[in-house]
Design a protein around this ligand. Structure first.
Ligand code: 13P
Length: 399
């Protein structure tokens, strides 16, 4: 049921001073465990898919499962592209079902970061999808020992972050204040004064990457200073791997299911622990009340054609299926022929938009304009075109 607008979700989090866990998933076990953990704690949750992990799973197939899990969940959910590398990856992620995206151009100079981020913001906002940008650089690699990937941590400057947010229009900002991705040796030192300054000048939800391995007190101080989303992965991966090692020791001849036994439970326990620490438990109902649903819209056209053969109709449909499906915010393009003998309309287009915002951006997109002008409009005869919002609950007007 409740895929919710991520900006509304984090707006609530930011106002009420708690954080939503953005848990990176790398398999169905992670997906099921994260949703089960959020449901057990009645908490909003962000299902996060990091582009750097795409070599470990099929993004398209995993997104289908993630979207299904979000629809089925009893708690408010957002689906987020983590560490998106380019405008192309962001558009693909939105078309596959993400309703929040991060663009990570944090390793390039300020001006290039601004240019890349602006391009992403333009695409995502036209689809009704909020954007997380990053300024400064959080070193390390998720799931590994941080010292193996020392990198050069670049702390976020409050002055630069003001200019960055103003020029790019990002909705949330990931900041670098001393955390690293992956396992850290020793206690991390965080620059809370810097975070407080950034929060004071920006006043938008802030994001912390490298969430694993901090003390409860550090998490609380992050939240007190404007952190609304905490990215968390390594500890979940370690919990899963730890359970597999135990299974292996218990039975060195264990097969796949034997090795995976209890892995989901181990991940879920860690998710629940962090939800509790982040203050997200029992917030689901309040977020559902405060956040708009993020529902797709079906753009439906039924039509007849004027003076062209059926083979030409199919050619036009095939071209449309290819060209239109690539427009940002288009989830699916289906073309159809009437089944009955004497239908009022013989053909249809069903174009699923990610959200209501896509109605306008699709209409004006140059690829749609070119296709409609060169191919569709001259061939189409009488037609009816209506946009329907997918309804996941009875509208108030008829309840
Ligand atoms: P950890 O793996 O250190 O928890 O960080 C996760 C993260 O920041 C994903 O973007």
């Amino acid at each position: 049921m409740p895929l919710v607008d991520m900006k509304d979700m984090l707006g609530h989090t930011f106002r009420e001073r708690y954080a939503v866990g953005a848990f990176d998933l790398v398999s169905l076990d992670f997906l099921e465990a994260i949703v089960a953990g959020a449901e057990a704690r009645c908490a909003p949750v962000i299902l996060s898919l990091a582009e750097s992990h795409f070599e470990y799973y099929d993004f398209e197939l995993t997104m289908a499962a993630t979207a299904a899990a979000a629809r089925r969940a009893s708690v408010p959910v957002a689906i987020h592209l983590d560490h998106g590398a380019s405008s192309e990856s962001v558009a693909r992620a939105i078309n596959l079902g993400c309703n929040g995206v991060m663009v990570d151009a944090s390793s390039v100079p300020f001006e290039s970061n601004v240019t890349t981020t602006c391009a992403v913001v333009q695409i995502a906002h036209a689809c009704g999808v909020p954007v997380e940008g990053e300024l400064g650089y959080v070193a390390g690699v998720e799931g590994e020992d941080a010292e193996k990937h020392p990198g050069k941590v670049v702390y976020t400057s409050a002055e630069e972050s003001c200019a960055y947010v103003e020029r790019t229009g990002v909705d949330f900002l990931a900041v670098s204040i001393g955390t690293v991705h992956g396992r850290m040796r020793g206690a991390p030192k965080l620059d809370f004064e810097r975070l407080a300054r950034i929060n004071e000048v920006l006043h938008i939800p802030l994001v912390i990457h490298g969430g694993t391995g901090l003390s409860d007190d550090q998490y609380h101080k992050l939240i007190e200073n404007g952190t609304a989303k905490i990215n968390y992965y390594t500890a979940l991966a370690d919990a899963a791997a730890g359970r597999m090692r135990v299974n292996m020791l218990r039975d060195s001849r264990a097969g796949y299911t034997g090795l995976m036994n209890g892995v989901r439970g181990a991940i879920q326990a860690e998710v629940e622990r962090m939800i509790q620490v982040f203050g997200g438990a029992n917030r689901a109902e309040a977020v559902l009340a405060a956040a708009r649903r993020f529902n797709p819209v079906e753009h439906v056209i039924v039509y007849n054609v004027n003076g062209i053969e059926d083979t030409q109709v199919e050619n036009i449909m095939a071209r449309g299926r290819e060209v239109l499906a690539r427009i940002p915010g288009v989830r699916r393009v289906v073309t159809g022929w009437a089944v009955s003998e004497e239908p009022k309309y013989r053909f249809c287009w069903l174009v699923e938009f990610a959200s209501q915002s896509v109605i306008d951006s699709y209409r004006d997109h140059p690829d749609h304009v070119a296709f409609a002008n060169q191919w569709f409009r001259s061939a189409a005869g009488d037609r009816v075109s209506i946009d329907f919002a997918h309804v996941t609950q009875v509208p108030a007007s008829v309840a």
